[in-house]
Ligand binder design. Structure first.
Ligand code: TRP
Length: 334
């Protein structure tokens, strides 16, 4: 708890171009969560270097992501929006937690297995210990809640295990975080294969709508979206492509699937795709415009970066000092 509010932590990586799935599934909800909770939203650049990055590109994308958080409507005075690398306590606590995490536990992480298969030439120790850094992110702020997608639930589980292990040895140091299960973010799937989630790392550019796609590109990708041969617009698992289009439409327009199905009844797939494409264009246009405007306000963004790094650092270092004391590091002489 901070100032009578529960603490919520989440982070995103600035690698790849963010998709409509990232926005509707996560970022859009972050905005309203900030009304209710004390939120820390990090651009987790330290996680990004577990895969080789071009320095100039990483720097540019990190800034763009931080700007996007604000463009999406998160109030940077309320929620703490910051770069992970600006708060050195993340790396410091991660080191300590490494010493309370077992090789066997990390070996079981499915994302590590997937990523090491994908980057077989660079299976580095950081990639292996990635969930420990994530645990440090969360535990530093004594977060009560963490909104995570399905692919990160295993990492949150291990965070809880590490925190409990530490608390059992040293007393109550860390808050045990819970997954945030609220109004679930929309689960947006690939436009080319609705069995898969829409992903920024998909090789097929037609599978994903990128947040910075222009209107014509968006319309074209929806026209090419994979559907089925049923030729009827229903909302049911047997028609995953149509279901995905309806989910996207509903997330953009705040309608329910029933309302959408009624609206489209008797229409063809072509008309459905047109309407969904248009709803996405209408959703993204103001976001893109706001990003463009904000990216010109250099000193405003710089101010947010500086102030929020200090704010995050204040809370993080409080926890880190407590940890140091508990594990027996000598007190600093001031
Ligand atoms: N690993 C997360 C992802 O790739 C990002 C992340 C890093 C995160 N630290 C976090 C998410 C802490 C939630 C809480 O999606």
């Amino acid at each position: 708890m901070l100032d009578g509010k529960k603490v919520l932590f989440s982070g995103m990586q600035a690698t790849g171009n963010l998709t409509l799935g990232n926005y509707l599934g996560a970022l859009k909800n972050w905005v309203s969560l900030a009304d209710e909770y004390m939120c820390f939203y990090s651009v987790v650049d330290e996680h990004s270097i577990t895969v080789r990055q071009d320095p100039a590109v990483l720097r540019k994308r990190s800034r763009a992501l931080l700007t996007l958080y604000i463009a999406a409507g998160i109030d940077p005075e309320k929620a703490c929006i910051y770069y992970q690398s600006h708060v050195s306590a993340h790396a410091e606590l991660a080191w300590i937690l490494n010493c309370f995490t077992y090789m066997g536990e990390m070996n079981r992480m499915t994302q590590f297995k997937d990523k090491s298969a994908k980057h077989a030439d660079n299976i580095n120790v950081g990639l292996f210990a990635y969930p420990v850094l994530m645990a440090a992110d969360i535990l530093l702020y004594q977060a009560d809640l963490v909104p995570v997608g399905k692919d990160q639930t295993q990492h949150l589980e291990i965070t809880r295990d590490i925190a409990n292990r530490f608390n059992n040895i040293y007393g109550n140091v860390f808050t045990i975080p819970e997954p945030y299960i609220g109004k679930a973010g929309a689960n947006i799937r690939s436009l080319q294969n609705p069995a898969k989630k829409m992903s920024k790392s998909d090789e097929n550019p037609n599978a994903s709508i990128y947040l910075m796609d222009d209107p014509d590109t968006i319309r074209r990708k929806f026209r090419r979206a994979v559907t089925d041969s049923e030729a009827t617009i229903c909302y049911r698992p047997e028609q995953p492509g149509i279901m995905n289009l309806i989910d996207i439409y509903c997330a953009c327009t705040n309608k329910t699937p029933d309302e959408a199905v009624a609206e489209f009844s008797g229409l063809g797939y072509g008309q459905l795709k047109e309407a969904v494409g248009e709803s996405v264009v209408e959703l993204l246009a103001p976001l893109q415009q706001r990003c463009a405007e904000l990216s010109k306000e250099k000193s405003y963004i710089d101010g947010i970066i500086k102030n929020n790094a200090e704010k995050a650092g204040y809370y993080a270092n409080k926890t880190l000092r407590k940890v140091h004391k508990k594990i027996g590091f000598p007190e600093r002489i001031r």
